[in-house]
Design a binder for this molecule. Structure first.
Ligand code: ADP
Length: 434
């Protein structure tokens, strides 16, 4: 007959043992030299000895299966990696139970028919569900093979603590793995991108040397042919040679522009402080020289100082001014350059009184080789705006076109090409327009 005093003393001894075990458990949990698997197995072994069980298992629910993740058993009849039909395990019952689900006697009729009981030959069982990141992960359970056993209050407490710790560690590990996978994917992508960049560089050099060389030869032979025919050349032969020469010139221009698209790159440009008023003055001078004889009036507001690749900024403005002249039938051609700003961008605008861009094409024209005119109507390859877009976007801005709305006539005549420049993307001080 067990007296109250004996029970009390037994409970006291169990508490002392539990405290010692928790201290050891903390030591293992905080050990930096152990990997998660070793930590978990050591903790499960400790718990087995405290609970007087011979088997400790952590299993994961994957679909309709219960897959053993970690197992420590003196019976050696259960190992990590084994997979069971979830309905033949105590897992679902465990997950449905708040707190610990215990079976002091697995040999009773209710459980003895289950195939896992047959397989593992458990005599008693105590399990608890494990939640990881707010979702049911699986269960942690302890079992005996040789004797039936009741699990006491202190056992409950311990199993709950271990389940919480395991859940935390698995969560940490999953996040770590996700991060590692993302890092590996990024590294691969980076490698892929570097390879693609190399391909493009190789293509660029191929285009500039190997393709232009035969083109120059074709031009030379055509000119020789024209010379050789001399006075005998017929009008139609002359026309055909001219056609061939102009097609070859167009191809030369295409190759130049394509090369320019491939090579125009923010990475090679130094970001520097630029007074955009100075850039505009240079572009205006060049346009006046290039289009001498055409009546062009270019005006501009007082513009801000920005941080950008100087040559690239000039290239965008020059391209937009060139287009404004090319796609205008008015006399005079009027171009006005201005700027505005929103919270974190300068917005530059180049307005013209030209033919305008139909609503249906206002996005398309920024793509490669997109042209609304034939090469007879206006010289060009359809790459200029694609280059502008590439540069603008590489600096974190965007480029678009709007129609000019004349309030008095209610007619749209001309376009406003706008592009944005992030104000503080480089962390520099911002200087306002004075
Ligand atoms: P390109 O001028 O060599 O054709 P772009 O890429 O500079 O190539 O322009 C693409 C097309 O967008 C042009 O062919 C033209 O149809 C249209 N476009 C560009 N700028 C203007 C403009 N200011 N006004 C009207 N249409 C324009």
């Amino acid at each position: 007959m067990v007296t109250d005093a004996q029970t009390e003393q037994k409970e006291e001894t169990r508490q002392i043992k539990l405290n010692i075990l928790l201290r050891d458990f903390l030591e293992i949990a905080n050990c930096q030299d152990l990997v998660l698997k070793d930590k978990i197995e050591k903790v499960l072994k400790l718990a087995n000895s405290f609970l007087d069980t011979d088997t400790a298992v952590i299993g994961e629910i994957i679909g309709n299966t219960y897959q053993i993740s970690y197992a420590v058993s003196s019976e050696n009849n259960i190992t990590a990696g084994e997979v069971f039909n979830i309905h033949n395990t105590f897992c679902l019952r465990t997950c449905q139970t708040e707190g610990l689900f215990t079976i002091p006697d697995c040999t009773t009729e209710e459980y003895s028919a289950m195939s896992c009981r047959e397989h593992f030959k458990y005599k008693s069982y105590a399990g608890i569900s494990i939640n990881v990141g707010g979702k049911v992960y699986g269960t942690l359970h302890f079992a005996t093979h040789s004797k039936k056993k009741h699990f006491f209050e202190s056992a409950n407490e311990l199993i709950k603590i271990i389940a919480q710790w395991v859940s935390h560690e698995i969560y940490k590990n999953q996040n770590y793995l996700t991060l590692k996978n993302a890092e590996a994917a990024l590294r691969l992508e980076n490698k892929d991108l570097t390879r693609k960049c190399q391909d493009i560089q190789e293509l660029a050099s191929f285009v500039s040397h190997d393709m232009k060389h035969p083109l120059r030869a074709i031009n030379g032979f055509l000119e020789l042919l024209e010379m050789n025919l001399g006075e005998d050349i017929t009008e139609s032969a002359k026309e055909l040679i001219q056609e061939a020469l102009s097609a070859s010139d167009y191809m030369d221009m295409l190759l130049d522009d394509l090369l320019s698209y491939l090579e125009t790159d923010k990475s090679g440009a130094k970001t520097e402080k630029i007074d955009t008023n100075e850039v505009i003055k240079r572009v205006v001078k060049q346009a006046e020289l290039r289009f001498s004889g055409i009546n062009i009036k270019i005006t501009h507001d007082n513009l801000p100082t920005i941080y950008y690749g100087a040559a690239l900024f000039e290239r965008i403005i020059a391209n937009l001014v060139d287009n404004a002249v090319k796609y205008c039938d008015e006399d005079p051609i009027k171009i006005h350059i201005s700027s505005g700003r929103d919270d974190d961008h300068w917005i530059f605008s180049v307005q013209d009184n030209g033919i305008g861009v139909p609503e249906s094409h206002k996005t398309k024209i920024f793509g490669m080789f997109e042209r609304l005119q034939t090469k007879e109507d206006a010289e060009g390859t359809g790459i200029g705006l694609a280059i502008c877009r590439k540069v603008v976007e590489s600096y974190g801005g965007r480029i678009w076109v709007e129609p000019v709305n004349h309030v008095d006539t209610d007619e749209n005549q001309g376009s406003i090409f706008k592009f944005s420049v992030p104000i503080n993307s480089h962390g520099y001080e911002i200087r306002d327009v004075t």
